[in-house]
Write a protein that binds this ligand. Structure first.
Ligand code: FES
Length: 78
């Protein structure tokens, strides 16, 4: 996947722009929408070759929430 690949076809937002927003602190789809304008179009079916909105592609790029701390101490007995 090239960094210049378009992720949001409605707004012509590239993977690079979304990565940049994430590196600047975007954590949710809403952050990405506000920072890049991606995922704010309404012609996804016509413009996106996948025929769907870019939201799932953007969600896949967002940092995953950290795993909860284990409820055991890790000793192997508790
Ligand atoms: S492809 Fe992103 S809003 Fe349509």
């Amino acid at each position: 996947m090239s960094m210049d690949e378009i992720i949001c076809y409605c707004k012509q937002v590239t993977k690079r722009e979304i990565e940049k927003a994430i590196s600047e602190g975007a954590k949710t789809l809403k952050d990405i929408q506000e920072m890049t304008g991606a995922c704010t179009g309404n012609q996804c079916k016509e413009l996106n070759p996948s025929g769907k909105c870019c939201s799932s592609d953007i969600n896949a790029m967002l940092p995953k929430p950290k795993f909860k701390m284990a409820s055991t101490c890790g000793c192997g007995h508790c």
